[in-house]
Design a protein around this ligand. Structure first.
Ligand code: DP6
Length: 389
């Protein structure tokens, strides 16, 4: 038996991918740009074992076994990496052997926290390591076929997924924009509003938007090309205010398109909208744009903020969103903020204090180096799952 264990990062889109021009190949209608997050706080971990003795391909996600259908995204990724292995003549492990795959996230699955991105990136990367396939741009075309956003999780830093123009999708690839070292003080606070599964999956929601939204084509033709170019410039210049404005406007536009979908897709809730109001009032009070929200297909907020401004922002979040659990280690997760400002005088009377306990917890993370990597910890093999027999 051969086995590998790998970890992969989460990425959060700044210019959102929303809509496909090919469902099976997962070819997007527009480019997207994301930031990869640190793996200490958020990652997927996958162990894959291959053996002559295995009867079937099997898969466990967060300890529950899932059926492996022949036409599933998982099988498309498996066959895709096997094709690359054949083409490269790199066959460390026989392609006829069945595989057992176990994957786990250290964060809530399907809560709009990009779990499928990390999960499929980890799957495809682990398969590449298992079969000895080179880790390169071509691999992003396979990850894309697991979940579109997954192709961006193969790299660290800021990443652009180019929509491509070819019918076979070979030019629909993810490429790094800049590495994490370029803007190492870019931090993120994830305000977890609700970690239950979302009502309409991204896959279904975007299908419905493509067929019913009258706004989406304008976004594709006009807005996204301008925004991606301007966002790249802002990132290259480390210009936070421009970065922040593009980030917030794109999040708002994505949710406007979700609402323009018929029947509408409602991903944000009242707490999400209270967070939007809070961030705008906060920036206004400070007199400078120091925080930028973005929401994926769920109610949780990711707030981009530079490291030097994290403590101040966190103090304001704690004040506006009071919580009985504030003191518990479970409430504030991730990178420690040692110098939390208890009360920022500038906020007195200017920010609307919300009812208690609207947030479940907060994760503090930052831009991650990525990339996916091998891990020594193969505990998924020994934690009772029948991975090895
Ligand atoms: C709102 O990548 O989850 O997070 O390709 O159908 O699996 P599928 O969709 P998925 O969609 C992500 C949508 C988004 C925006 C983004 O990550 O760019």
């Amino acid at each position: 038996m051969f086995s590998v264990t790998c970890i992969a990062p989460v990425n959060i889109a700044i210019v959102k991918y929303w809509g496909k021009r090919h469902e099976e190949l997962i070819l997007p209608i527009n480019d997207s740009i994301s930031m990869t997050l640190g793996t200490n706080e958020l990652c997927a971990k996958t162990t894959i074992a291959a053996s002559e003795g295995f009867q079937h391909n099997r898969m466990w996600l967060n300890d529950d076994e899932l059926p492996v259908e022949e036409d599933s995204r998982l099988m498309r990724c498996l066959k895709g990496v096997q094709r690359l292995a054949l083409a490269n003549g790199s066959q460390k492990v026989s392609l006829s052997w069945k595989v057992h795959i176990a994957s786990r996230n250290n964060f809530p699955t399907a809560a709009g926290l990009a779990s499928s991105a990390a999960g499929y990136a980890c799957l495809v990367y682990s398969l590449a390591r298992l079969y000895g396939v080179p880790i390169n741009e071509e691999l992003t075309t396979i990850a894309r076929q697991g979940s579109g956003s997954a192709c961006r999780s193969l790299y660290g830093g800021f990443v652009q997924w180019h929509r491509g123009a070819l019918e076979d999708g070979s030019d629909s690839v993810a490429k790094p924009v800049v590495s994490a070292q370029h803007w190492p003080n870019m931090h993120v606070l994830i305000l977890v509003v609700n970690d239950e599964r979302k009502k309409t999956s991204s896959t279904k929601g975007m299908q419905r938007s493509v067929t019913t939204s009258q706004l989406i084509q304008h976004r594709v033709d006009k807005i996204v090309p301008e925004r991606t170019a301007n966002l790249r410039k802002a990132i290259e210049a480390r210009d936070f205010p421009s970065f922040a404005e593009i980030t917030m406007k794109d999040s708002n536009q994505f949710h406007a398109i979700a609402l323009d979908t018929y029947p509408p897709c409602v991903y944000m809730n009242d707490v999400s909208h209270a967070i939007v109001d809070f961030v705008h009032s906060y920036n206004e009070t400070i007199g400078e744009v120091q925080a930028a929200y973005t929401f994926d297909a769920g109610p949780n907020a990711c707030i981009y903020v530079l490291k030097e401004n994290v403590a101040k922002l966190l103090a304001a979040v704690q004040k506006v969103f009071p919580n009985d659990a504030t003191e518990s280690v479970e409430y504030l997760r991730g990178i420690t903020v040692s110098d939390t400002v208890e009360k920022h005088p500038a906020f007195n009377g200017t920010l609307n204090v919300q009812p208690k306990n609207l947030l479940k917890y907060i994760i503090h993370t930052k831009v991650g180096d990525g990339p996916c990597q091998l891990s020594d910890d193969d505990s998924l093999l020994t934690n009772g799952l029948p991975l090895s027999h």
